[in-house]
Design a protein around this ligand. Structure first.
Ligand code: Q46
Ligand code: ZN
Length: 300
């Protein structure tokens, strides 16, 4: 197996591209895929600042590293969720990465700053942990980017996006389909949100980290077990195994040919948004979902 670019011995093959690469050419390939995603979807310009939401995992650290390598002003954001040892370890990986590169890491700790943790919030509100977590992260990522004037970047890869799309299509969740776009525009109270890793798969981001010597957290969050999206990923992987390229064709075919049939991508939600009485974030209720979750969870 020879590298497609330089004909040296290859270290990784990517079946959907029908290509193999040596180490240095693979790193070049990853950067080019991110550069293309940023350009194709006009995610941000060279003079804009990007806040990368990092979990300490392979995708978010690979994204941060690639953006720094491409010369962007990219800072990190770590939100402490209070999920026991997992949170302790993931925070350490994020801090170590930032420390080695002397990059700036913004930290928000939910237990210290809001007086609750994700497992406790899930119990108090009778939600599954990932629901309380997703709601909290969505709110705090947006707030951190908005307050500091950043574009928010997340490490969703093509495997993640195809699994979410698969789940939405199975139920024809029109509202979710309308928001499934690699760029959500900024609007009143909402920062712009971008997903520059959509042209890379998770096997590629893992290999990128290994080749770059990035020490990422390998353990999954304990709440990921049995998560619906993991099940969708497994189903799609079985299809991909038989027919390489199907997953990317499914996702990019949706973006290119189908997504415009649903409402245009917008960072805005329903039209009747007003400021949350507690934190000022846009909401359709008197108090936003995050503040109401925090009140219930903190009041236990
Ligand atoms: S961190 Fe949070 Fe994930 Fe853990 S509780 Fe679920 S959503 S699985 S990306
Ligand atoms: Zn609020």
């Amino acid at each position: 197996m020879k590298c497609r670019r330089c004909r040296e011995p290859a270290v990784i093959d990517i079946r959907r591209h029908n290509a193999a690469f040596c180490g240095p050419c693979f790193l070049h390939h990853c950067r080019e895929q991110v550069r293309r995603a940023i350009d194709d979807y006009a995610m941000f310009g060279a003079d804009e600042r990007v806040l990368v939401a990092v979990s300490g995992g392979k995708d978010s650290l690979a994204l941060w590293d690639i953006l720094l390598g491409l010369g962007y002003h990219a800072d990190g954001l770590y939100v402490g969720l209070g999920i026991g040892e997992y949170s302790d370890a993931s925070g350490e990986h994020a801090r170590a990465f930032a420390g080695e590169r002397q990059a700036r890491l913004v930290e928000v700790d939910i237990p210290a700053e809001y007086g609750f943790d994700i497992p406790g919030a899930a119990v108090a509100t009778h939600r599954v942990p990932c629901s309380a977590c997703g709601l909290s992260k969505g709110h705090l990522f947006n707030k951190a980017a908005l307050d500091r004037g950043y574009v928010l970047g997340t490490g969703h890869n093509v495997d993640d996006e195809a699994a979410v799309l698969f789940g939405s299509v199975l139920r024809w969740g029109a509202e979710f389909l309308s928001r499934q776009h690699p760029v959500l525009r900024a609007s009143d109270g909402f920062a712009r949100k971008v997903k520059p890793l959509i042209r890379l798969g998770e096997r590629e981001t893992a290999a990128y980290c290994v080749l770059r010597g990035i020490d990422y957290i390998v353990e999954e969050c304990p709440n990921a077990v049995g998560n619906k999206h993991l099940g969708y990923k497994e189903q799609l992987n079985a299809i991909e195994e038989q027919s390489p390229g199907t997953k990317a064709a499914f996702y990019f075919g949706f973006l290119d040919r189908v997504s415009s049939l649903f409402s245009p991508p917008a960072g805005s939600g329903p039209a009747d948004l007003r400021p949350c009485a507690s934190c000022g974030a846009p909401t359709t209720s008197p108090v936003c979902a995050f503040c109401s979750l925090a009140a219930r969870a903190g009041a236990r």
